[in-house]
Design a binder for this molecule. Sequence first.
Ligand code: AMP
Length: 217
Amino acid sequence: MLIKNAEVDAGLNPEINVYVPKNKFADFVISEALKQNVLDRGYEIPTPIQDQIIPLILDGRDVVGLARTGTGKTAAFLIPLINQVYNQRDIRVLILAPTRELAVQIDSEFKLFAKNLSIYSALCIGGANMNQQISALRRNPQFVIGTPGRLIDLEKRRIFKFSSFSTIVLDEVDQMFDMGFINDMKYVIENLPEQRHSLFFSATLPSKMTEIINSFL
Ligand code: AMP
């Protein structure tokens, strides 16, 4: 299912592209504790990408989200995935981001939504202390968030296996391409379990991405 954030028409005035969300956060079928964390974060009205994609992810559907930074795409995948883990504690989620900064942002947002839910993350990025990351991974957190190079390095040291993740998010895939992570992405995808929940986010979908989308979804 492809969700294009920019091409939404509320059907009001064709001159003005206003999006009227169908849902409020209070309407989503997510646990009350998570709903409270979303409200505490100050979110009441979902952004267009959140409004459209959260119900699909809650349904376990694979998605391609066409959305750039600033659209609320991080919460669009974190909220339903935290809910999935809340309901089924053996789900393990891997989130791949192109830059350390983005991985840190995702992890900070994650911590706010996962507050008091006993759901934890390990942040695995280059340029940071590897021993701390290894101890975080050994505690077997439900979410692992990181950059491709460091994650592959840790996997090759047998600290964890890509095959142990049942849900995978590739975020800002166009940036991953631009930064030369194409072979790293292919390596990760090849080592994922065949049965999985796959989420793909990119600001653009150039034709060079077709192969990776086909192998991923
Ligand atoms: P992102 O595109 O995920 O980087 O989010 C962009 C910014 O929008 C972040 O500062 C979020 O905290 C904020 N944001 C995301 N979703 C909402 C929402 N539903 N209501 C208010 N702010 C939001």
